[in-house]
Design a protein around this ligand. Sequence first.
Ligand SMILES: *Cc1c(COP(=O)(O)O)cnc(C)c1O
Length: 419
Amino acid sequence: MDHFHYVNGVYHAEDVALDALAAQVGTPFYCYSTATLTRHYKVFSGHFSDMDAKICFAVKANSNLGVLNTLSKLGCGADVVSEGEIRLAMAAGIKPSDIVFSGVGKTASEMAYALDHNIFQFNVESEPELELLNDVALSKNTKARIAVRVNPDVDPRTHAKISTGQKESKFGIAMPNALPVYRYASSLRGIDVQGVSVHIGSQLTNLEPFAQAFARVRAFVGELRAEGCTIKTLDLGGGLGIPYGQEEPPMPDVYAEIAKREMKDLGCTLMFEPGRVLVGNAGILVSRVVYVKKSTNRLFVIVDAAMNDLIRPTLYGAYHDIVPVIAPSGNASTELVDVVGPVCETGDIFAEQRLLKVPAAGDLMVFRSAGAYGAVMSGTYNARPLIAEVMVNGGKSAIVRPRQTYEDLVGRDVIPQWD
Ligand SMILES: *Cc1c(COP(=O)(O)O)cnc(C)c1O
């Protein structure tokens, strides 16, 4: 459920008309709905309110400070994958004691920064990482609280580029090898072993892989405890899918039920790292049609947003619903069109052979479900400035990231002075 809808034929974000907002901030822009974000967080966290649980939003899905601060005020923590994300989370008001640090390539300086701020947990993904973390902690006369990220070798049945829990993936430590790593970790003076973590992939639309992974983690906790290892936290990762089109992902209540069924009686703090499910449908991308171009056998709708602003269709073949801001009249013609951006790449396509009411140049179009892995993955390819991000709250709107200026874009480079 989201708060983007038509009011008298004009698409609104909550109570804000998007044609008026576009006139004010220019196009293209991202627009996030506070009410949707709040609702999604409350629905997700509500299922765990009867137990000791920590919800740590995966900052990589949307790291805008306005979004992070909204979640922070609701009591949400952060799952981060870089020092930059730690800094953003803290700048948004998230306490270090609610921050968990994931990722396969944490550097010594990132570890030092995280230790200096006493974050809640490092999810360690390899033995060399464990050794480096131990060294950095010892050099600071402190201990790093860790979980080992295990790889349960289950097929999440999602897109290959967002699958992480199979043995061919770079993530985590294969379960058969994880036990010796725990033994080793327990012997290190700079390491405080406190938990187990797992994350098998993103945009899962089926519960079975979660159930399998959680059951394997549960069995593994038994093995660890039998060895005398203290396990206090279980981080079950993120990955719950959202409806972009026709998918019917599991509802959070069923997901929660499975997590609780497997983990509730283990006496641990349960941690979750939802990203997409909180923000995906809380954001849209608003764009304007520049041209409608007829070629021999295609009708191209060329919009002012491009793959550098929203790369998901190009990168994953992802589907985004496309709706016009001004509802077309009933007799507008419907045709198969290709919706494309201006970037000089054949892959710069938002939708191929999509049945749409044919828009005219100047019309505004909305790409729905763009709140996760949208703005965060954007770049300036083709020297296109980073676009604006706007948040609405009821009838109010706020620019939460101004559009990048051309001065800034051109000013980033330095011409070398050789002589
Ligand atoms: C990407 C990621 C998440 C969030 O995944 P979503 O599918 O957005 O919920 C959580 N944990 C880790 C370790 C991740 O890499």
